[in-house]
Design a protein around this ligand. Structure first.
Ligand code: ATP
Ligand code: MG
Length: 527
């Protein structure tokens, strides 16, 4: 908090971020209050005054004492002010509330008609709604309910008749935060509105913090490295939408886990259903997805609902979409476009509301250019793309994941193994993990099963890891026994380049001097 500016007539008080946080009041960081010299006596925001002495304890700079100063403000010039909507069919009350609350630092709008107030809420947000319980047309409690249905964050205060407990209870039942009895004194009103505005500011802050935490953590997805935080960030941003999402990444990186986290975050009411397009034979795929009527084909003894209809209001995960037979692609495209399916052998179409999340470890653009995947379907599913990074670019996430898998395996097998040896940790961080998280998961399960102590040692790791040497060592080694054959060096070098370009195969091919097809072939051979 500091005196930002002073003129002959008044000083300007600016709230700093720390101060505004600590005040936990509706006055935001950066708010500027022109106040007349300290000898003047008048009101400045009650909340600010009340909290000023505690603010002064931790914030450097000039302090406002208990003297009062006048806030001179123009509503339009303070866009961050807490906004209050007053609704009362008594014009005098509206004007009084406006005068008193404006003087105390609020941006006040008033309406005498509940309907007009509701219309206003369609396009304007307010921190606090102050509403009279008795009004012509729509009563205050009904207005309160309707307003909260439109704007659940609104904090409502109801003005009730004196001594009418029923009204107060009714107000609370209608979702009001507080009530105030008429006739209303300006000080009591200001106090009530201060409390309501504070409550709103705190709920906003809580929501903001929760969103921040939420965007950086995905359910069941372990890892907080930069590349994984970026994944979580995109998931957080698209989860609440109905946009189709394509998840790409090498085998075992956690694509399905991310798809499930996306569904959990989405808040969609329906189920998460998954189908592996590579595992279901082409002749069954259609009936799996679209369903079939009884007798539609020889084995169809009873009707069956397809996954698209079953996943209604939920998410359908099309795993290994790159393997989808060409013949099925136009059928799926049509279903996704029209949001309707016709089960095999049926004349009726069924509508569905399903979020499609597809995954592949193939380079779908390459598949499109080689005419193995339809371009129109590719664009339909690739609205937002989430690239799950390979494990080798996630830094210390490897150790966090290893410890997690270790503890899980130890609990399951009832063994007293609880930590990684130092050499093991070094090896895990340096290894290039071609099988990604799945390989690490298997490696730790195996290590726990073999462990003879409470610590995992190099001996407990698979030969591949025990004998692994980083590429740099191979390039400088001079003992013929330690020098690996060319294809191994190439394999590791390709992985190193891929890691450096965060798995972008087009870029990797450029760096390596291969065309993408060659790179693809080599990767498939390695897998
Ligand atoms: N970040 C993570 N935290 C915890 N477990 C993970 C994580 N990522 C992957 N796993 C685990 O690794 C295994 C492989 O994950 P998943 O099946 O989601 O990978 P995928 O990318 O779909 O693999 P594929 O390409 O072979 O289908 C699963 O057992 C999963 O639970
Ligand atoms: Mg998978």
């Amino acid at each position: 908090m500091s005196w930002a500016e002073s003129t002959d007539e008044h000083f300007c008080l600016t709230l700093g971020t720390e101060c505004s946080k600590m005040l936990r009041c509706p006055l935001r960081a950066g708010s500027v209050f022109p106040v007349k010299s300290q000898s003047q006596t008048s009101a400045y925001p009650v909340q600010l005054r009340r909290t000023m002495s505690s603010a002064a304890m931790v914030v450097e700079g000039p302090i406002i004492t208990e003297q009062e100063s006048e806030v001179r403000r123009e509503r339009s010039s303070y866009p961050g002010l807490p906004a209050v909507l007053v609704v009362d069919d008594d014009r005098e009350m509206c004007e009084l509330a406006e005068a008193g609350l404006t003087q105390r630092g609020y941006a006040v709008t008033w309406k005498m008609s509940p309907r007009e107030a509701l219309e206003l809420l369609d396009h304007e947000d307010f921190a606090v709604l102050l509403v009279d319980i008795h009004m012509d047309g729509m009563g205050g409690l009904d207005l309160c309910r309707a307003a909260l249905a439109k704007r659940p964050d609104l904090v409502a205060v109801v003005m009730t008749g004196f001594g009418t407990m029923d009204h107060a209870i009714g107000a609370m039942r209608a979702g009001a935060y507080d009530f105030i009895t008429k006739p209303v004194s300006m000080d009591a009103l200001a106090l009530t509105i201060d409390r309501a505005a504070c409550y709103r500011a705190m709920s906003d802050e809580l929501r903001r913090l929760r969103r921040r935490v939420d965007t950086h953590e995905l359910p069941n997805v372990i890892g907080s490295s930069g590349p994984m935080r970026r994944v979580a960030d995109v998931v957080g941003r698209v989860a609440g939408t109905t946009t189709n999402v394509l998840i790409t990444g090498e085998s075992g990186t956690g694509k399905e886990l991310v798809a499930r986290a996306l569904h959990e975050r989405s808040g969609r009411r329906g189920p998460f259903l998954a189908i592996n397009c590579a595992a279901v034979p082409e002749n069954l795929l259609e009936s799996e997805l679209f369903g079939h009527a009884r007798g539609a084909f020889t084995d169809a003894r009873s009707a069956r609902t397809g996954l698209l209809a079953e996943a209604d209001q939920g998410t359908l995960f099309l795993d290994e979409i790159g393997e989808l037979p060409l013949g099925m692609q136009p059928k799926i495209l049509r279903a996704l476009q029209e949001r309707k399916v016709r089960p095999l052998g049926s004349t009726q179409e069924v509508s569905f509301d399903v979020r499609i999340v597809a995954a592949t470890n193939r380079d779908l653009e390459q598949e499109v250019s080689e005419k193995r995947f339809r371009e129109d379907l590719f664009y339909r599913i690739n609205v937002v793309r989430i690239d799950v990074p390979p494990l080798r670019v996630r830094g210390n996430d490897v150790l966090v994941l290893a410890q997690y898998f270790l503890e899980r395996a130890a609990t399951r097998s009832n063994k007293n193994v609880n930590r990684l040896g130092r050499l093991v940790a070094d090896r895990l961080v340096n290894y290039d993990w071609p099988g990604n998280v799945r390989e690490l998961e298997n490696c730790m399960e195996r290590a726990v099963a073999l462990a003879s102590f409470d610590e995992i040692t190099l001996e407990d790791l698979p030969v591949k890891l025990r004998e692994y040497r980083a590429t740099e060592v191979e390039a400088t080694g001079d003992d013929p026994k330690d020098l690996p054959p060319m294809h191994v060096v190439e394999e590791r070098y390709i992985r190193k380049v891929l890691a450096a370009v965060s798995g972008n195969k087009t870029l990797a091919a450029k760096v390596l001097g291969f065309d993408r097809r060659t790179l693809y072939r080599k990767l498939e051979r390695q897998a």
